[in-house]
Write a protein that binds this ligand. Structure first.
Ligand SMILES: [Zn+2]
Ligand SMILES: [Zn+2]
Length: 275
């Protein structure tokens, strides 16, 4: 096991909690964070964050082993042209019917099953920001990531950012930008209204919950791709996409690492049982 893992993860989250505060301590903490990340690399036995098995030397300093990555299940095609949900034969997609105009296309890399959910958890709640690298790697071939687009991480509200210390979508976007060469823009979209957690809401209530929650900056003529960790109903992405289009963007698409499993397995089951 790795006795240093949790304390280091905790310390590493500290500087990020001060992001945006403009404090004089900021750069000092940033230096300390970089230093600790280096120390961590030396101290920790090369064990996978997800399965805890040793990571082979050839995988260098990866946090998530190759075996865990290949176990992530890609979202199968064909998918709905707009929301990216797998479609069944000629059945019409109901998932994106209620979306506001704006967001043109969403694609997700893998299903949010146990291992993918664990990876999101490590990134989101445990301070393992480099878990974003493996997630971004899984997203690299998604269709919206074409030359000429700029990446926009879905912003958190100021209060949630303070509590969590960093924005997990920003970490994924940064890793995706490093891997693809696409620019990352964190200055073009703000969350102007905190929204209550969405988990208990129906899809319709989610749209009402996030409507007007985002404000876009100078995006005229830009082709933009929103980046988020998980797609559930798409309500947040659709609201962010609508705000960017209203502000003059040429096109807005989105990519997420994982997609929560909704409807399809049940629909597939009932369909299979009929044939
Ligand atoms: Zn593993
Ligand atoms: Zn759809």
């Amino acid at each position: 096991m790795w006795p240093f893992a949790e304390p280091l993860a905790g310390i590493r989250a500290c500087p990020e909690q001060r992001e945006g505060a403009g404090s004089a301590l900021h750069s000092g903490f940033r230096f300390l964070a970089g230093y600790l990340a280096d120390v961590e690399r030396w101290l920790l036995p090369p064990a996978c964050l997800l399965c805890r098995e040793p990571i082979p030397e050839r995988e260098d300093d990866a946090l998530i082993c190759g075996l865990c990555r290949v176990r992530w299940r890609p979202v199968p095609h064909p998918v709905c042209e707009r929301c990216g949900q797998p479609t069944l034969r000629d059945l019409e997609c109901r998932l994106c019917q209620a979306w506001p105009a704006g967001l043109a296309r969403v694609r997700s890399a893998v299903w949010l099953d146990r291992s993918a959910r664990d990876a999101v958890h490590r990134l989101k709640y445990e301070g393992w920001s480099r878990a974003a690298e493996a997630m971004a790697e899984a997203m690299r071939a998604l269709e919206p990531l074409t030359p000429g687009v700029s990446l926009i991480p879905v912003p958190l509200g100021a209060r949630r950012l303070r509590v969590r210390g960093y924005n997990q979508s920003e970490r994924i976007a940064a890793a995706l930008g490093a891997g693809t060469g696409l620019p990352v823009r964190t200055d073009l979209l703000r969350r102007v209204r905190e929204t209550p957690t969405q988990t208990a809401l129906t899809p319709e209530a989610r749209h009402a919950n996030v409507a007007g929650a985002f404000r876009a900056g100078a995006v005229t003529g830009l082709r933009l791709v929103l980046v988020d960790d998980v797609f559930t109903t798409g309500a947040t992405l659709a609201a962010a996409g609508a705000a960017l289009m209203v502000a003059g963007a040429a096109r807005v698409e989105a990519v997420t690492f994982a997609r929560a499993v909704v409807e399809l397995p049940l629909a597939a089951e009932s369909l299979e049982s009929r044939v």
